[in-house]
Design a protein around this ligand. Structure first.
Ligand SMILES: *Cc1c(COP(=O)(O)O)cnc(C)c1O
Length: 231
């Protein structure tokens, strides 16, 4: 089932690329494996999945240890400063940086471990109170401040769009994130790349691709519903 689902989502991503004149090579499907067991990750691997997203540091580290080293792990969930030290050398990309203090901690640990850490700035485009992320207005200043730190590289922006049953409702959210990235890119800030846009989940990833997503984060659509009670 998981392998089939993965192939189906991949096909839908390719169709969305075709509709919007994009090269499918420019979009990476992240299989969001949070709460799901190793066996299911292995099923996704059979269908070709190599990039996995987790939202908890401990869970990412556990799975990282148990699975082959040619997989790519992305931390997509909120990151606490005291957990940074465990993750900087395991996550290929941290999607959820939303404060200078967190970026400073990442920079400090990157220097300690002698690694370069790639990050995205999480933007709360829809300004939902329940969500992490900086506002659209605050983003350019935060980018400029983080850009000065050693060992940390901003690759682009991430957003979690509101939950909706009609993906079209999130199109303006994705468009806003894309425009924000274009505006920041124009400033040509040293040590800042704005080429990565992480947006779109199970309910709305096709619309996100049409609006320029380069990373889509799909969990339920690949692994099925999550049951938080059993863990
Ligand atoms: C869980 C999660 C996803 C995947 O959500 P689905 O709706 O299951 O596809 C994507 N992004 C983030 C940040 C998540 O925490």
């Amino acid at each position: 089932m998981v392998a089939e689902n993965y192939r189906y989502v991949l096909k839908k991503v390719e169709e969305a690329c075709a509709r919007s004149g994009r090269d499918p090579k420019d979009v990476t499907l992240i299989a969001v494996s949070k709460t799901k067991p190793i066996e299911m990750i292995e099923e996704a691997m059979e269908a070709g999945a190599r990039v996995f997203g987790e939202n908890k540091v401990q869970e990412l580290c556990d799975k990282y240890e148990q699975l082959p080293k040619d997989l790519h792990w992305h931390l997509i969930g909120h990151l606490q400063r005291n957990k940074v030290k465990y993750i900087v050398d395991k996550a290929e990309l941290i999607h959820s940086v939303d404060s200078l203090k967190l970026a400073e901690e990442i920079s400090k640990e990157a220097l300690k471990k002698n690694v370069e850490v790639n990050i995205l700035i999480e933007v709360n485009v829809a300004e939902e109170e329940s969500k992490f992320g900086v506002s659209v207005e605050e983003t350019p200043v935060l980018v400029e401040e983080i850009a000065k730190l050693p060992g940390i590289h901003i690759q682009g922006l991430m957003t979690i769009a509101p939950y909706t049953t009609d993906p079209e409702e999130n199109r303006p959210v994705f468009r806003t994130l894309k425009k924000l990235a274009v505006d920041i890119k124009k400033k040509n800030i040293d040590n800042v790349c704005m080429d990565v846009l992480s947006m779109g989940m199970t309910g709305d990833y096709q619309v996100a691709v049409e609006e320029g997503a380069t990373l889509v984060r799909v969990g339920t659509g690949i692994f099925g519903e999550r049951n938080y009670e059993v863990i």
